[in-house]
Design a protein. Structure first.
Length: 92
């Protein structure tokens, strides 16, 4: 049940992946649930975890994470938060 104190509008799903471990875990779960072969899961993992974290940094919802690939500088949110983005995430 929603309360007056909820910050997220009804019908939206916030991305709570501001922590690297959470972004990685959720990306892994999404990709594992896809049923794709392990090669493709491993290949997509770094991209999906970065999109999830970038959307969380931007305060975006799930639908925005999916469209992040069309943003000209989709890595900008990650570069803006070096305090939460692990070394190597922007170079791998």
């Amino acid at each position: 049940m929603r309360s007056d104190h909820d910050e997220t509008p009804a019908g939206t799903v916030p991305i709570a992946c501001i922590h690297a471990q959470t972004a990685h875990q959720r990306a892994r779960e999404l990709l594992d649930a896809s049923g794709a072969e392990q090669f493709w899961v491993e290949s997509a993992l770094s991209l999906v975890r970065c999109y999830l974290m970038a959307a969380a940094i931007r305060g975006a919802e799930v639908a925005i994470a999916v469209s992040s690939s069309t943003v000209p500088d989709h890595a900008e949110p990650l570069r803006s938060r070096p305090d939460v983005v692990p070394d190597g995430w922007l170079t791998s």
